[in-house]
Design a protein around this ligand. Sequence first.
Ligand code: 13P
Length: 252
Amino acid sequence: MPRKKLIAGNWKMNCLSAEGTALAKAVAKQTKETKFDCDFLICPPFTLLGLVKKCLRGSKVALGAQDVHFAEKGAHTGDISPLMLKDLGCTYVIIGHSERRVDHHETNELINKKAVAAHAAGLNTVICIGETEAQRNAGETIKVCQKQISGSVPADADAKNTVIAYEPIWAIGTGKTPTSADVQEVHAAIRAALNKKLGKTIANKMRILYGGSVKPSNAAELLSLPDVDGALIGGASLKADDFIAIAKNATK
Ligand code: 13P
C-alpha cells in the first residue's frame, strides 16, 4: 500500500506575528491553488499557534507544535500540555528533535513519555531521531537509530498517530545531505526496527520523513526513495515558495 507523503515545516524559533501570518497565509493560498498528492503540516513556535491556525482556515494544512510536556496540567512553569495544544487546534506535535535532545537534555525515555501523553490527548506525533557526525564517521548510524526507535517510540504507536523523522544532526542547517543510497539504507533500517517493535502491518504503513537541508533542488531525488515518505523541513519552510516547490515533488 502506498504511503501518502507528508511535507512538514518546522519553523523552529523564527517569526514574529507579521512574518508568521504572511508565511502561513502564503502557504495556505498556494496549497489551495494547485492540486497536491501529499499532506501538509506546519509547526510554528508556540507563540504563533493561535494566529497561524486562523490563517490556515479553509486549507488542508495541519497545525503542529514543536514540543510538549507529558503532564496533563499542573506546576510546570513555562511548559505546555498536550491538551493546551489540542485546544489551540493542533493535530500534531514534533517530539525529540535533536535540538531539544541537545539543548534540553531530552532522553529517549522522556520522549517516549511525551509521545504517550500526546497520543492520549488525541495528538499525532512526529518523533525525531538521527545520528551525530561522529557517530556517522564511526559507522554507528544504524545502531544509533535502532536504539532511538526502540527507546523513543511508545508501544501505542501506530501508522495514524505516529510519524518518524530521520534527521542526521550533521545535515541540519548545514547544506550537507547524505547520499541517496545512505538515506534509503537508514530509512529501510528504521522500518525494520519499527517492524521488530510494532509488527509488520504498522511498520509498512508508518511514514518515515527525511529531514536535514531539504531544499527545492534536492527534493525530487530524496522524495523518490522507496522508504522516504515525506520531509521535515527547517530553513526552506520559512519561504512559502521553497516549501511549496519541495511539495511539488511529493507524489505517491
Ligand atoms: P534544515 O531544513 O534547516 O536543515 O532543518 C531540518 C530540521 O531540523 C527540521 O526539523
